[in-house]
Ligand binder design. Structure first.
Ligand SMILES: [Zn+2]
Length: 109
């Protein structure tokens, strides 16, 4: 069962609402039980947002590797490949960040 704090939006998972909101301190009465449909959306959003965050993390890792490759400067083709990878991964990262920002604005969190 999922419960949403009507004051700050925190979602609590459990058989009942918490005594008080762990984020804003609102009392139990301020929690509303989510319908099955809304709960499904919350779980889908949660996993989707985690995937976006993992993609952002991996993009940063790829950018770091590309930087290292550029510095090693083995030959022009390698340097060019690493520069391209860094540019491409920037787009991947920004796309996921924009999508996450959209989710937060729409309460898909
Ligand atoms: Zn709260």
């Amino acid at each position: 069962m999922l419960w949403k704090c009507s004051v700050c939006g925190l979602v609590h998972e459990g058989p009942e609402a918490p005594e008080k909101c762990p984020k804003c301190g609102a009392p139990k009465e301020k929690f509303v039980a989510l319908s099955d449909d809304d709960a499904k959306k919350v779980y889908a959003s949660d996993r989707t947002n985690d995937i976006h965050m993992e993609i952002i993390r991996l993009s940063m890792k790829i950018a770091d590797l590309a930087d290292e490759g550029v510095k090693l400067n083995l030959d022009p083709a390698c340097v060019s490949t690493f520069r391209q990878a860094k540019n491409e991964v920037w787009i991947i990262k920004q796309r996921s960040k924009a999508e996450l920002a959209g989710h937060m604005a729409k309460g898909k969190w």
